[in-house]
Design a protein around this ligand. Structure first.
Ligand code: MG
Ligand code: ZN
Length: 218
């Protein structure tokens, strides 16, 4: 019995400690006028592609920094750097999420004025929900190929985010997701969190990208 009590306490402590550090990050972002967004979602959902779409639209007007969390590779940061935008890769090793402390070394590397910081979380829809990083808004991405139950099966992440991107909308009809099925996903998300802004996107056709930029409230 005692073992269980202790493990629950440890998890609560970790989440609490992260919350305090996330608030410190938030203060840092606000003090330096850096508008920060966190992008969450499974591997393959299109997080990096959507960041690329945002970067290519916004880079002439704003100074952007991208922080990419990943277990092992620098594939994502290398993709962003091709746009002439600074990108810092954080490899978490065995850790399945970035927490508020792991992004600190990247923030310490900031030497010049940054307007927008985009942080790509490690790819999964479970634990990153519990570890906010101090961003102005959290954006969760999933793809139409994930099927009809993806929202209902991940309630925590939808409860802790502000924007939902239902991505790869250009292939929806080929994977049996008709308008009714898409509306259902949107309704499922809003049932969990009525404040959610739901946008149908395609990084490929750029559908929804202008709406997404509007939702960022830059
Ligand atoms: Mg990625
Ligand atoms: Zn994790």
């Amino acid at each position: 019995m005692e073992i269980w009590d202790q493990s629950i306490a440890v998890e609560e402590d970790l989440i609490k400690a992260n919350e305090e550090l996330a608030n410190k990050n938030k203060e840092f972002f606000e003090k330096n006028n850096i508008t920060t967004f966190e992008i969450l979602g499974n591997i393959g959902s299109g997080k990096t592609s959507l960041i690329e779409a945002l970067v290519s639209e916004l880079k002439d007007k704003y100074k952007i920094l991208v922080i990419n969390g990943d277990l092992a590779t620098s594939i994502d940061a290398d993709r962003i750097k091709k746009y002439g935008v600074e990108a810092i890769q954080i490899n978490t090793g065995k850790e399945c999420h970035l927490d508020a402390l792991t992004i600190k070394p990247a923030l310490e590397k900031i030497k010049e004025k940054i307007d927008i910081c985009l942080i790509e979380q490690v790819g999964n829809m479970i634990c990153p929900a519990d570890f906010p990083l101090g961003a102005k808004k959290r954006i969760v991405v999933f793809e139409v190929t994930n099927g009809p139950y993806i929202v209902q099966k991940h309630p925590v992440i939808f409860a802790t985010t502000e924007i939902v991107l239902i991505n790869k909308i250009d292939i929806a009809e080929y994977v049996g997701m008709d308008q009714k099925a898409l509306n259902k996903l949107e309704a499922d998300a809003k049932k969990i969190n009525s404040r959610l802004q739901v946008i149908f996107t395609s990084a490929k056709t750029k559908q929804g990208i202008p709406e997404l930029i509007k939702a960022l409230e830059l």
